[in-house]
Ligand binder design. Structure first.
Ligand code: F6R
Length: 243
């Protein structure tokens, strides 16, 4: 496990984008596991800048996103399909057919989630998984609970996640109550994991993840058992570790 501490979110974005760029330069047809939310936005901007500068080519890249809300229109401004279009896909030369986001509107979500896991395995597994972390320690939408769930699955969002994500919606009532999330299995099978966390509201989750018990009550804590994980933190997210 490596931990790097930065002063700003922009620096974290540069660092994460540098590691992703190194992966793509070594293996242009890499399978990237991608996240949404505030944390990866500076990373995506830095990747877009490298692409526009002629440094990075996404034409062979394949991506699988972590999650999507259940029952949200993919065109909705808060859907993760739309987030990825707006914040990365439309601004680089990744092929639309090579991008994948879980289907939150599938008639049979369990079957669709199973097919999503199979598609990742058939593609060769994730080379590099980018993660944020919830205030409650979730990764993807694997919420605190009694177990680590292996496969892609439908999940009921916790009150903490609903409150945290209200900032993207008009009101708390508008936040979907369920999502489809990659399970801990595909995340842990990724050959490299990068986790980004900024702000004091992530400090306790980071403390639990890095020095607490490995427990499903903090789903990110399982990353400590991953052989190739890098935490990119700002000083606020690191504050309870340093103490
Ligand atoms: C997003 C995801 C979530 C977020 C986490 C942090 O695809 O899977 O685990 O990474 O909720 O969100 P932000 O970065 O908005 O604080």
């Amino acid at each position: 496990m490596q931990i790097h501490i930065y002063k700003t979110a922009a620096q974290i974005g540069q660092a994460a984008a540098t590691l992703i760029a190194a992966q793509l330069l070594r293996k242009p047809d890499s399978i990237l596991g991608l996240a949404t939310g505030s944390s990866p936005i500076p990373t995506y901007q830095a990747l877009i800048d490298m692409h526009k500068a002629g440094v990075l080519d996404f034409s062979k890249t394949i991506s699988f996103n972590l999650d999507e809300y259940v029952g949200i229109d993919p065109e909705h401004v808060c859907s993760y399909h739309r987030f990825m279009q707006d914040n990365l896909f439309s601004q680089v030369n990744i092929k639309p057919e090579n991008t994948h986001v879980p289907d939150g509107n599938a008639a049979d979500i369990a079957a669709s989630a199973k097919a999503y896991d199979e598609a990742i395995v058939n593609a060769g597994g994730i080379d590099l998984q980018l993660l944020g972390i919830g205030r409650n320690g979730h990764i993807g939408f694997n919420e605190p609970g009694e177990q680590f769930i292996y496969g892609c699955h439908e999940v009921e969002l916790s009150q903490s996640t609903i409150e945290a994500n209200t900032r993207f919606f008009d009101s708390e009532a508008d936040v979907p109550r369920a999502a489809v999330s990659l399970g801990i299995g595909a995340i842990m099978e990724a050959r490299q994991v990068l986790l980004i966390a900024t702000g004091t509201d992530k400090a306790e989750a980071i403390r639990q993840a890095i020095v607490g018990d490995v427990s499903p009550l903090c789903q990110a804590s399982i990353l400590r058992t991953h052989p190739n994980v890098v935490f990119l933190l700002d000083e606020s997210a690191d504050s309870l570790l340093t103490k």
